[in-house]
Structures are given as C-alpha cells and as structure tokens.
Design a protein around this ligand. Structure first.
Ligand code: MG
Length: 163
C-alpha cells in the first residue's frame, strides 16, 4: 500500500535574515525567510506532506507557532521529529519531490546538499529526494522577490511490504 501527501509553504523574504532552506544554510544570500522558527519553508512543506500522507495532522498542530519553544527552531529537526511519528506508524519514504519558487538564493549549486539533509531526516537515501529551484520571472510575489514558496509531494510505502 502507498499513500501520497502534499505540502505547501510560503514565507516573506527580508534583508539580513539568515537563509536556511532544506536544512542548508545559504550564508551569502542577502535575504532570508521570515518566520517564528528559522523560516525554512522547504522543511515546513516537507513536514506537512509526510504528516498528510500518513494522516497524522499537520505541522501547525504538532509544533504551534504560538509556542515560544519553537521560536527560532531548527526546522530540519522538526521534520526529523515529525518523521519519527510517521515511521512509528509503519511508513517508509517512497520518494519526495520538492519545488522551490524563489528569486534568491539560487538553489541548483547546493541542491544535492539539500537532498542529503532532507533524506537524512527521513531515514532514506538521497536518491529518493529531489529538489528543484524555479523563478517567478517577475510575476507574483515570488517574482518580485517578496517571498518564497515551497511545494512538496511525497509518496509513502508500508514498511511491511518487500521492495
Ligand atoms: Mg512555514
């Protein structure tokens, strides 16, 4: 049996904010996502996707942004914690595919690092994770550089099946 999940997250971009996406820090990026946590929209969308596929709720229910405990939180760690629940419910990763719409930073040079970080949090090999960057081409808030948006789809498989 397999289950599909999707996740979507958008954060405003602001000058001088640390830029962490998919657990990878883009130290030379002049803007970064604004959020209660570290603003890592890729990890947030991935967390919602895996929780959704497993029918275990969503990131806001698990890690409320009204809770001071999650101020500045490491979102890759939140993904890891959400995945522990999903894995305990009997699921393993089939594959996860992520698209990030943003003007900055340019993801391609570091996409493999993001794949490795996300896969590590999901107990899988990096060949099961894809990360793609695309731009808004001047259109919409992403195209104007006001925000970034992460879209994730995920397939989960039952652990008790071979293959
Ligand atoms: Mg978020």
């Amino acid at each position: 049996m397999a289950r599909i999940g999707q996740g979507w997250d958008r954060h405003p971009l602001a000058a001088g904010r640390p830029c962490v996406l998919g657990g990878v820090r883009f130290g030379d990026c002049p803007v970064g996502p604004v959020g209660h946590s570290d603003g890592d929209a890729v990890c947030h969308a991935a967390t919602d996707a895996v929780l959704g596929a497993a029918g275990l709720g969503d990131i806001g229910r698990l890690f409320p942004d009204t809770d001071p405990a999650y101020a500045g939180a490491d979102s890759l760690d939140l993904l890891r914690r959400a995945w522990a629940l999903v894995a305990a419910a009997g699921w393993r990763l089939g594959n996860l595919d992520c698209t990030v719409i943003t003007e900055q930073p340019r993801l391609a040079p570091r996409a493999d690092e993001m794949r490795a970080a996300l896969a590590g949090a999901l107990g899988a090999g990096p060949d099961r994770v894809a990360v793609k960057g695309t731009r808004g081409e001047g259109l919409g808030p992403e195209g104007r550089g006001e925000c970034l948006t992460a879209l994730v789809v995920v397939l989960l498989e039952r652990k008790d099946r071979a293959g």
